[in-house]
Write a protein that binds this ligand. Structure first.
Ligand code: MG
Length: 173
């Protein structure tokens, strides 16, 4: 298993086939926040995002935010979207994700983590053994640390491309 290869790769949280996720047995979706749900410098959600979350709940998913961002930012989005969330998730460290799985009602194969970064979101999800979904960042504005990580992310992507495992813009699920 490639450490940085996502199980699913989609353009955005809106193009992901959630019905297919359901059919694969996924019951719980953890969303990264910054540049997955909203640009990292924005504190609002769009109607489109609200509608997506509502539709996911209607489909029967348990939806969480799983973010490295601080409490204040995550709390704001929890309130805006009416979902639960974990802040300072310390991705790619496994501790908080493992704790989440242990305290949850779900098995590893019932949880998916959706995020925009290979080195944090995909890495931690793969390590813990849940389904990983990579989406494109919704904004090109990154936090300083993320900017730094993008450099290494590009190198990982190139390695995966060389092995013919991954191609930027060639989506799969
Ligand atoms: Mg992110």
């Amino acid at each position: 298993m490639e450490k940085y290869l996502p199980n699913i790769y989609q353009k955005s949280i809106y193009t992901l086939d959630y019905t297919k996720l359901l059919s694969k047995g996924i019951k719980c979706i953890l969303f990264d926040l910054d540049n997955t749900i909203a640009p990292s410098h924005i504190n609002e959600v769009t109607e489109k995002t609200k509608e997506l979350i509502i539709s996911l709940k209607q489909k029967g998913f348990k939806v969480w935010i799983f973010s490295n961002s601080p409490k204040k930012r995550v709390e704001n989005f929890k309130n805006l979207l009416g979902i639960d969330g974990i802040y300072f998730a310390c991705k790619p460290l496994q501790k908080k994700l493992k704790k989440f799985v242990k305290n949850s009602e779900f098995q590893l194969n019932e949880i998916a983590l959706v995020g925009d970064q290979l080195l944090t979101d995909v890495a931690v999800g793969n390590k813990v053994g849940i389904t990983t979904v990579l989406v494109n960042p919704v904004s090109t504005k990154d936090h300083l640390v993320t900017k730094f990580l993008r450099f290494f992310e590009n190198q990982k992507m190139k390695k995966l491309e060389k092995k013919k495992l991954f191609n930027k813009g060639e989506y799969y699920d």
